[in-house]
Write a protein that binds this ligand. Structure first.
Ligand code: HEC
Length: 128
């Protein structure tokens, strides 16, 4: 029908695609500067959370590849004592030393850890 033809709008046809690109940008680029900064600031965290964000102790969670938003909100929850269960007291002390910028940098580091290279990590890290 001519109705269909008249209503065709290339932008309307493209908009689902554009929306997808806006909502899920391809994260090709890592901000190397912030990553390195976060890495430096995260040195103290590695005692418990592992050198590569994979903890070697059962009670300590892995942070590698965790979502940035989740890391930030967790650290803020420790600061504000919203999170108190279990071993949270250990983390409250850690979180108290961090500024908002530290939290952003460290969270950036951990959320991108593992995605900075596609190369297979050295097999010595795998213990079993
Ligand atoms: C003394 C050991 C220790 C150190 C050092 C430490 N953490 Fe933790 N971390 C823990 C423990 C234990 C938990 C689990 C606490 C709980 O039950 O909520 C935890 C939990 C977390 C969580 C929540 C993870 C999740 O899956 O919910 C984040 C985020 C985190 N730590 C970040 C950090 C950062 C960033 C640093 C460095 C500034 C750090 N930690 C240093 C022991 C430590």
């Amino acid at each position: 029908m001519s109705l269909n033809k008249r209503k065709f709008n290339p932008m309307a046809a493209l908009s689902p695609l554009l929306l997808t690109l806006v909502m899920f940008p391809v994260s090709a680029e890592i901000n190397q500067e912030q990553f390195e900064l976060g890495k430096q600031k995260a040195k103290v965290c590695m005692t418990c959370h592992g050198d590569d964000g994979i903890s070697t102790q059962d009670p300590y969670p892995n942070l590698r590849g965790q979502k940035m938003g989740y890391l930030i909100s967790s650290l803020k929850d420790y600061q504000t004592r919203e999170r108190t269960s279990g071993l949270a007291v250990l983390m409250q002390q850690q979180a108290d030393t961090l500024s908002d910028q530290d939290i952003r940098d460290i969270s950036y580091f951990y959320s991108n850890l593992g995605s900075e290279s596609n190369s297979v990590s050295d097999s010595s890290a795998i213990s079993n």
